[in-house]
Design a protein around this ligand. Structure first.
Ligand SMILES: NC(=O)c1ccc[n+]([C@@H]2O[C@H](COP(=O)([O-])OP(=O)(O)OC[C@H]3O[C@@H](n4cnc5c(N)ncnc54)[C@H](OP(=O)(O)O)[C@@H]3O)[C@@H](O)[C@H]2O)c1
Length: 285
């Protein structure tokens, strides 16, 4: 098996670099400089030369607020880039796993979203990711699309790392307490994806993968603070008190029953995953 990981310098991509020890798996890691997925010709040439058996697309335009003022750039990557990979995968019978997001939902639900629930993105990022999902499934009906949520890791920038920094710099932070979702450790997500690849059985379609349990950004911040023994005051605020360019879904909890039943995955609780991530960041309690 030769597994191409695109966007390999991002949060999730870097977790695959850590997992690359398995001698049964050969990886090809590409950042934007090695393979720009918005360039269809370059994608086709890359596939022709390297002939991967699997492709995990971790490349994405993930700046949720900036996307509001750069819809063309977000679509070029999240929609057309995804379509380019799906087209190349279909041509070469390469198994594609494409990553998507809980932000495809409108957030007005009050029970965990299943894969077949109606979508309704609240911003450009979610809209371009939804378009990318559709293009993947159209270009390559054998593709697997994985929606995940609230990704954190020891790499790149994410909520956990931002909170750790702010809580050591300040006496008080204010954190939104009316958005509900499932934090997901990029390392667990990468493990789950390799589990799918190793499973042998390939069942195309859309799946949700997130760590177990739901929370709010405020509760997540409190957990980080308490686990790290920090003393910074954490004040809950409403979304209205923290205006952002993009509107986020108020509720984007993902139901993970499908991936459990089809692939036998059992994601651990986000608090356990958070403890591991904090340990990796040097905060062992
Ligand atoms: N982060 C989250 O909270 C979250 C939540 C739900 C779903 N997701 C999804 O999970 C996936 C992985 O997210 P992530 O957090 O790992 O994202 P990330 O850290 O932002 O990584 C994305 C990577 O894509 C690369 N990239 C940008 N333009 C490219 C191009 N034209 N060709 C190839 N690569 C390009 C970026 O490279 P540069 O660094 O050079 O720009 C970056 O390394 C994405 O599909 C995202 O939508 C993320």
């Amino acid at each position: 098996m030769t597994i191409l990981v695109t966007g390999a310098n991002g949060q999730v991509g870097q977790e695959f670099r850590r997992l690359a020890m398995d001698p049964a798996l050969a990886f090809l890691f590409t950042g934007r400089d090695e393979l720009d997925i918005t360039d269809r010709g370059a994608v086709l040439r890359y596939f022709e030369t390297h002939r991967p058996t699997h492709c995990i697309n971790c490349a994405a335009y993930t700046a949720v607020d900036r996307a509001e003022s750069e819809p063309g750039a977000a679509a070029a990557l999240n929609e057309n880039g995804a379509a380019n990979l799906a087209y190349a995968c279909a041509l070469s019978s390469t198994r594609l796993i494409h990553l998507s997001t809980d932000y495809v939902f409108d957030g007005r639900g009050n029970r965990p979203y299943v894969e077949t629930d109606p979508t309704g993105p609240t911003g450009i990022y979610g809209a371009t990711k939804l378009a990318g999902e559709r293009r993947c499934r159209e270009e390559d009906p054998q593709s697997i699309v994985i929606r995940t949520s609230w990704v954190f890791s020891s790499y790149g920038s994410n909520f956990v790392k931002t909170m750790l920094r702010l809580m050591t710099e300040r006496d008080q932070v204010r954190v939104v307490n009316d958005q509900h979702g499932c934090p997901t450790y990029a390392a667990d997500l990468a493990d789950s994806i390799l589990h799918i690849i190793r499973a042998g059985e390939w069942t195309p379609g859309i799946y949700h993968i997130a760590n177990e349990g739901e929370t709010t950004w405020f509760q997540l911040a409190m957990e980080i603070r308490d686990r790290c023994g920090l003393t910074c005051a954490v004040e809950p605020i409403g979304t209205a008190g923290f205006p952002t360019a993009a509107r986020r879904p108020a509720y984007s909890v993902l139901d993970t029953e499908k991936i459990r039943s089809v692939y036998g995955l059992a994601p651990r609780h986000w608090k356990e995953a958070l403890a591991d991530c904090l340990g990796r960041l040097g905060h062992r309690m």
